[in-house]
Design a binder for this molecule. Structure first.
Ligand SMILES: [Zn+2]
Length: 681
């Protein structure tokens, strides 16, 4: 019988993708690709786009299209057999890509194409990106250094895994059983239910608190018992370190030092001064000085207001609750009390006005007005779960642009969070017309008792955010997958289209399209809207300086690494806090020991990207504030200069083409309610 993963005509046949067919399909594709790549390299005297790059892109696309539904199903309809098949393929895929990255013959062939062939701008960018990836994989190092490069890569992969495992073990090792419910006073019903369920799962009577985020966060935000908050905070803030209840047991101190040392050495092998420079090679920011200048500038502008916000909180805690000195474990708790007192708004109150039946068609109406496209539902498509819906996007003239799956509700065996992923990329050649297809996945509350699903405003923001990523992928006009849609876009610019879309969720004119009471159709009451706006920027400067603290710390430890002096991790963190923090955690706080974004994830010397992309998206939206949020010319400008261009050109070039100038920081500050210093309250 045919393997549906190998037959890539049209959409994936989800109902026929079973665990047993996965590994054989991937094995076959990898073997085929390896043989084909060698054949292509051996059979040509002179390499061209047509005889080398395009066939390689086709091989890559076929592999991606086979793997995409597997990886997607592993995330949204997980089971043990599927997970085993998925995990069995992972090392095979990573070996394959390492092998390609260090293939000197292949790199030389790309170089020949770059040097001798006429290429259009998108082709040029694709070949340049590929060449850069070869170099960053150490392809052109002398033999010994190449060997050392590989050793470092392997060591780093082990160390980052150990970092994650230590953190996970330390997180799992701590729990606290509560048998007297009064000790949990203040916690909302959902948090109590979770704690009861966690206890029951371990055959315990009562309520079990853990260091998992859904358990930790409500305790820090709502638990009235200050001693309890202190205890939980201390356990959480010292995980995997030399401090706290499990001091030294899963200590990340050593892996952290080694990770910094090896990253530094590897960056220097490639000719960079430090790992921060290496990280920027693939980003929009041009230099380390530019990133530091950016972060310092934001810090300087936000700090006075953050200080004021903290003082307000201190005054409130003292005057209303009689607390003289706020500790680290008090900040979240009294902030929530102050927020409730000041704005008296809850997500629950907003929900009846955001039924799925208004929000989803309203979202489509917003982007239809902005970009002149049309979105229609298509029935009868083979999907992985009955709740999944399928849509197509067409131009005003009826020409098809792309298609997407929409999987909105939380359910068992589905990974948490929300994301956009690629099912197929746009790929046009003389012989192929492949349109992009996306998966849009969320974890919202499902419909209950015959009512439509009701969303919180946060969920509406999430949906708009992911849809922004989706449009970037789906509306691309670039014909080669490696630089189409979100591919080939610098890491610090990739959140531009997504954060950009969120802005419409705060605009009255757009809210008219996306909201309406699920029973009466009554629009969102103005009083509620005003409170929603007022609460939007509560403590936004405090949040800003906290993100800046993380970003500066991350960037500086990678940039200032000195083999003679070691990582100086907490020394530098202390200096950063001295500069930007308004809340000073206790000396025993070991925040860095759990900072997996930078020690184990992809954000090393790149955490600043969050703020960087926010500047871009806020400044992009400011054009719509100037001209009207549904201004069709502004919409077309964003469509043609950003969404359609994907990674085919440098991100700054695209931004300037859209905005007519380089990005400015003021719109982000204004949207965050952070005023110029002289106007601060
Ligand atoms: Zn995003």
């Amino acid at each position: 019988m045919s393997n549906p993963l190998l037959d890539m005509q049209g959409l994936p046949e989800f109902s026929r993708i079973t665990p047993d067919i996965i590994e054989p399909a991937i094995d076959r594709l990898l073997a085929h690709n390896r043989a084909e790549i060698q054949r292509l390299l051996d059979s040509q005297g002179r390499y061209t786009w047509e005889n080398l790059i395009e066939p390689l892109e086709l091989l890559d696309d076929r592999l991606n299209r086979a793997w995409s539904p597997v990886s997607h199903m592993n995330s949204v309809v997980n089971n043990e057999a599927l997970r085993n098949a998925y995990n069995a393929c992972l090392p095979k895929l990573s070996d394959y890509s390492t092998e390609l990255g260090q293939n000197a013959q292949l790199c030389a062939a790309y170089q020949q194409v770059a040097d001798t062939q006429p290429l259009n701008p998108a082709q040029r960018k694709l070949v340049d990106d590929a060449l850069q990836d070869f170099h960053l994989s150490g392809v052109d190092l002398p033999r010994e250094k190449k060997q050392r490069f590989r050793e470092i890569s392997q060591a780093l992969s082990k160390l980052t895994t150990r970092f994650e495992e230590n953190l996970l073990d330390a997180t799992n090792a701590w729990s606290k059983l509560i048998t007297d419910e009064s000790e949990l006073a203040g916690l909302p019903e959902s948090a109590l239910a979770l704690a009861r369920q966690t206890a029951a799962q371990r055959d315990l009577q009562g309520w079990l608190l853990t260091l998992e985020f859904p358990s930790y966060l409500p305790v820090m935000t709502y638990a009235d018992d200050r001693t309890l908050r202190h205890e939980v905070y201390q356990a959480y803030a010292t995980r995997a370190s030399d401090q706290g209840p499990h001091a030294g047991r899963w200590d990340n101190s050593e892996p952290m030092e080694e990770i910094l040392a090896l990253r530094h050495e590897q960056a220097q092998l490639l000719g960079f001064a430090n790992y921060a420079e290496r990280s920027l090679a693939k980003k929009m920011a041009r230099s380390c000085d530019q990133v530091m200048g950016f972060l310092n500038d934001l810090a300087q502008r936000s700090h006075p207001q953050a200080q004021q916000e903290l003082e307000e909180l201190e005054t409130f805690a003292r005057e209303v609750h009689g607390v003289e000195r706020l500790e680290a474990w008090d900040i979240g708790y009294y902030s929530e009390k102050l927020r409730q007192q000041r704005f008296d708004i809850s997500q629950e109150e907003l929900k009846p006005y955001f039924p799925e039946t208004r929000v989803v068609p309203g979202l489509f109406a917003v982007v239809e007005r902005l970009y002149g496209i049309r979105i229609t539902e298509v029935e009868g498509v083979d999907v992985w779960h009955p709740d999944v819906r399928f849509f197509e996007i067409r131009d005003a003239d009826g020409r098809e642009r792309g298609q997407f799956y929409l999987d909105l509700y939380a359910r068992p065996h589905k990974r948490g969070g929300a994301w956009m992923d690629e099912c197929a990329s746009r790929f046009f050649t003389d012989h192929l017309d492949q349109l992009p297809v996306a998966y849009l996945t969320c974890n919202f509350s499902p419909p209950v008792g015959g009512r439509p699903a009701l969303f919180t405003h946060d969920e509406v923001l999430t949906l708009f955010h992911e849809f922004g990523h989706g449009l970037h992928h789906l509306l691309t006009r670039i014909d080669y997958p490696a630089v189409a849609g979100i591919n080939g876009v610098a890491w610090d610019a990739v959140e531009l289209p997504s954060q950009f879309m969120e802005n419409w969720c705060w605009e009255q004119e757009a809210l008219g399209l996306i909201s309406g009471h699920f029973e009466t159709g009554e629009p969102l009451p103005d009083g509620l809207y005003q409170r929603m706006l007022a609460a939007r920027n509560f403590q936004s400067a405090m949040q800003m300086v906290r993100q800046l603290e993380f970003s500066l710390f991350d960037f500086r430890i990678h940039r200032e690494y000195d083999p003679a002096r070691g990582g100086r991790i907490y020394e530098i963190l202390e200096q950063v806090r001295e500069q930007v923090a308004v809340v000073r955690p206790p000396q025993w706080n070991r925040f860095a020991h759990g900072f997996s974004h930078i020690f184990a994830g992809g954000y090393a010397a790149g955490y600043y990207s969050y703020k960087w992309a926010e500047v871009l998206s806020a400044d992009a939206f400011s054009l719509f504030e100037e001209r009207g949020i549904f201004n069709p010319q502004a919409g077309q400008a964003f469509l043609h200069n950003i969404l359609e261009q994907g990674g085919s050109r440098d991100a700054m070039e695209l931004f300037v083409a859209f905005r007519g100038r380089e990005p400015r920081i003021e719109p982000l500050l204004r949207h965050s309610g952070i005023l110029p210093a002289q106007q601060a309250r």
